[in-house]
Design a protein around this ligand. Structure first.
Ligand code: FE
Length: 247
C-alpha cells in the first residue's frame, strides 16, 4: 500500500502548518503528516515552511531573527487569528493518533543550514519520546546525515530536487544515498516513472514522491506504487486510494 502524507497539514485545504490544518488532518485516514521546522532567535522550534514570515503571516522578515514571544503575536493569514505553532504543540496534536510525523529540517535564507538545527529537533523529539514515530527529511544530504546521526530510531528520507536528479544523475544520487546509509529517497512526482521506481528499489532504497497536489499526480503515484507521497490534497488522495481497494 502507498502511504499518504498530509503536506503541511493539507496546504490546499487549510492554511498550511496551522492548528486548523493539523486538527483536520487528524480526522483523515492518512498515515503521515508533513511539516517544516525552523529555529527562533531564542532557541525555540517553530513549525513553518518559509524561512521568512512574509507569504503566510501579517508580519515580515526572517523567522530566525525573532524571539518566540514576538512570533507568538504574529497572525497566520486566512485564519481566525491563529498563530504559528511550536514543534511541541504539533507533537501534542499527533501524539494520541496513529499518524507518523514527517519532519522537514529547514534551512535559513539561501539554504544555509542553521547551526545544530537537526540535532536540536532530534533532541526535542527524543525528550517527547516521539523519535520512533518520526521520519526526518531534508533537501540537503548533510542535514539528513546530521539528523540520522542524532535521531535514531527515527527514519530518514533524502528529498531530491529535480535539478539535482538531472545534474547528478539518478545513479549518483542513489550511490550518495547508499554511501550515507540513507534508506529512502523522495523525488518530485513528475520526476518519477516506473523505471526510476524500479531502479531505486533495486538499489535497496525506499521511494517516495512529493508535490502530488492534483488528481492526476495522485493517480499516477498510486499506479506507480511508491511507498509514500506527500500531498496538499490529502482528501483527494484518501478518496482515490479507497476506490482502488474495494471492500
Ligand atoms: Fe516541507
Amino acid at each position: 500500500m502507498t502511504d499518504i502524507a498530509s503536506h503541511r497539514g493539507g496546504a490546499l485545504l487549510w492554511p498550511e502548518n496551522s492548528r486548523t490544518a493539523f486538527e483536520n488532518t487528524v480526522k483523515l485516514p492518512v498515515e503521515q503528516v508533513e511539516f517544516d521546522v525552523h529555529p527562533t532567535r531564542d532557541g525555540k522550534l517553530v513549525v513553518h515552511h518559509d524561512d521568512t514570515l512574509d507569504r503566510t503571516t501579517d508580519a515580515s522578515g526572517p523567522i530566525a531573527q525573532r524571539d518566540w514571544a514576538e512570533l507568538a503575536r504574529v497572525k497566520l493569514k486566512n485564519t481566525d487569528g491563529e498563530r504559528m505553532l511550536l514543534l511541541d504543540e504539533v507533537i501534542e496534536i499527533f501524539r494520541p493518533t496513529p499518524i507518523l510525523m514527517r519532519v522537514e529540517i529547514k534551512a535559513g535564507p539561501d539554504r544555509t543550514p542553521y547551526p545544530g538545527h537537526a540535532a536540536k529537533v532530534a533532541a526535542a523529539l527524543r525528550e517527547r519520546k516521539m523519535l520512533d514515530r518520526t521520519i526526518m527529511t531534508s533537501f540537503q544530504l548533510d542535514t539528513v546525515l546530521a539528523a540520522a546521526a542524532e535521531a535514531r530510531p527515527a527514519k530518514h528520507v533524502w528529498l531530491v530536487l529535480p535539478t539535482l536528479q538531472v545534474d547528478l544523475g539518478l545513479a549518483r544520487v542513489i550511490a550518495a544515498a547508499k554511501a550515507a546509509n540513507v534508506p529512502m529517497l523522495g523525488l518530485r512526482q513528475n520526476a518519477l516513472d516506473a523505471d526510476i521506481v524500479a531502479t531505486v528499489r533495486a538499489a535497496g532504497l525506499g521511494i517516495g514522491g512529493w508535490a502530488c497536489n492534483d488528481a492526476d499526480a495522485i493517480a499516477r503515484l498510486l499506479d506507480l506504487g511508491v511507498d509514500v507521497f506527500t500531498t496538499d490534497r490529502p482528501d483527494l488522495a484518501v478518496a482515490q486510494r479507497a476506490r482502488r481497494r474495494p471492500g
